[in-house]
Write a protein that binds this ligand. Structure first.
Ligand SMILES: [Fe+2]
Length: 250
């Protein structure tokens, strides 16, 4: 009998010192946490781009203080707007999670295997891919989390300007990992699921704003915060995106 596992994935909160285009990222993050705190979660995953620019320590400190009262454990990932050494210092991340300056690790919750990669330099380093391939032996099912989607996925602006740079190299390894059926990403500020090589790549919206997927130039589609719920029951993974609704937003 396998344990049921429920995860909330919150992505790209971009906590900064000020408002962005009239949006208040801190308040939107707080509003999302207020909703999630009422859910029966086993884990909260913050899938990168925690800060506005490049890993401002003050933003990390604010996030740490904010999450101190959150009712379930949380895991942090690095995005391209993060700074791993500062994350390690502020959150006192263990040495086992930060290796050669990269935040990648395996974590077991309720007997379920979760894998986390660091794509913050727009690449997944060869060292991480070698580590991932060594984990493929037991064929134990695992969920993979990585900030950048490991493919181009029909979001024009992000695909053209901000895609992961070593997609082919990453897929050479992923295709050798049958235990990974679901990959959870952020970075694109959009809701989308794409299937490649029988794997589901789920892209989770931001808590700040969503990017129009059909236009080549950058434009904001809307500013309603979203997050993803992941339910792993027996051998089945179900996942869906939820949006902040009134009374928060109109
Ligand atoms: Fe990003």
């Amino acid at each position: 009998m396998l344990n049921d596992l429920t995860i909330a994935q919150v992505s790209d909160p971009h906590i900064g010192p000020a408002k962005y285009r009239g949006i208040n990222p801190r308040q939107q993050f707080l509003d999302v946490l207020q909703v999630l705190a009422k859910k029966p979660l086993d884990l909260l995953v913050l899938s990168g781009d925690l800060t506005a620019v490049e890993g401002e320590p003050e933003a990390y400190t604010w996030i740490k203080q904010t999450l101190a009262t959150f009712p379930c454990p949380y895991i942090l990932m690095a995005g391209n707007h993060d700074h791993v050494a500062r994350m390690k210092r502020v959150f006192a991340l263990p040495d086992s999670s930060v290796k050669n300056g990269m935040l990648y690790f395996s974590h077991v919750v309720k007997g379920r295997r979760l894998l986390f990669l660091d794509s913050s330099p727009y690449r997944i380093a060869k060292r991480q891919l070698e580590w991932l391939s060594t984990l493929s032996e037991p064929k134990e099912p695992a969920l993979l989390f990585v900030h950048h989607p490991p493919l181009k996925c029909g979001c024009q602006f992000m695909d053209e300007h901000h895609a992961l740079q070593n997609i082919d190299e990453v897929w050479q390894v992923l295709s050798q990992c049958p235990q990974i059926q679901h990959i959870f990403c952020g970075h694109y500020h959009a809701e989308k699921t794409v299937i490649k090589n029988n794997k589901f790549i789920h892209i989770t919206p931001s808590t700040v704003f969503q990017i129009e997927t059909q236009n080549p130039p950058f434009s904001i589609e809307h500013i309603t915060p979203g997050w993803r719920i992941i339910e792993w029951k027996e051998m089945q993974v179900q996942t869906y995106v939820e949006w902040l609704t009134p009374p928060f937003y109109h």
